[in-house]
Write a protein that binds this ligand. Structure first.
Ligand code: B4P
Length: 194
């Protein structure tokens, strides 16, 4: 059987992970696993976890590893027959990356590639403020919270590039330009790893 395609779509807030995931899941018939979407769904449903996450996300901080890892485990287990996954916004810490490797390696379905969208900070802030004006996402409305999310990304998440580079799976992709051009760059990078 052909190997599953498991892609980590990586990058700072506003880099285009959610946007590009929509195209890639169609093209490669993958399951979209966005931890941000899963947390927002919990919030909408008014669960205890959702209420806790709402406060943390509203501050621009990361939700605890235990919560996020458990959510991801459930989603992977519920999609056993999938052709593969796009992990969007996960992992965001070393503990999350190690947990994901453990989950996938135990099924002999390891990560295929980690594609990192690179976008300058001022462009990120511009995009997120624009989305905040229309989306109703509280964490996109306040510039200081947006900058805190970017700061947290640089501190806790960006070091994962080294983690995946050590496995020969890291690829940097220019995340500025038209959405279609960026999709083409990602498809090309996936082709080189699949
Ligand atoms: P996420 O939902 O992952 O949100 P995000 O980082 O802002 O990225 P998103 O994917 O939504 O935006 P995109 O770049 O596509 O996380 C939200 C919060 O949830 C986190 O802050 C954290 O609190 C929590 N959380 C989530 N996962 C977690 C984890 N693993 N561990 C702990 N906590 C976690 O798009 C942004 C905007 O740019 C859009 O409006 C889009 O239209 C625009 N855009 C995209 N591409 C463009 C282009 N090429 N040109 C111009 N604009 C573009």
């Amino acid at each position: 059987m052909k190997n599953k395609l498991n892609i980590v779509l990586f990058g700072p807030p506003g880099a285009g992970k959610g946007t590009q995931s929509e195209y890639l899941i169609k093209q490669f018939k993958l399951v979209h696993l966005s931890t941000g979407d899963l947390l927002r769904a919990e919030k909408e449903a008014g669960t205890e976890l959702g209420l806790l996450a709402q406060e943390i996300m509203g501050r621009g901080d990361l939700v605890s590893d235990d919560i996020v890892i458990a959510m991801v485990r459930n989603k992977i287990d519920a999609n056993n027959k999938a052709t593969g996954f796009i992990f969007d916004g996960f992992p965001r810490t070393k503990a999350q990356a190690e947990a994901l490797d453990q989950m996938l390696n135990s099924k002999s379905e390891p990560i295929t590639a980690m594609l990192s969208l690179e976008v300058p900070e001022e462009e990120l802030v511009k995009r997120l403020l624009l989305r905040g004006a229309t989306s109703g996402r509280a964490d996109d409305k306040d510039e200081s919270i947006i900058r805190r999310r970017i700061h947290n990304y640089e501190k806790d998440t960006a070091p994962l590039k080294d983690y995946y580079n050590a496995q020969g799976k890291y690829r940097s992709v220019v995340g500025v330009g038209s959405i279609a051009d960026i999709t083409a760059r990602l498809v090309d990078a996936i082709g080189q790893h699949a």
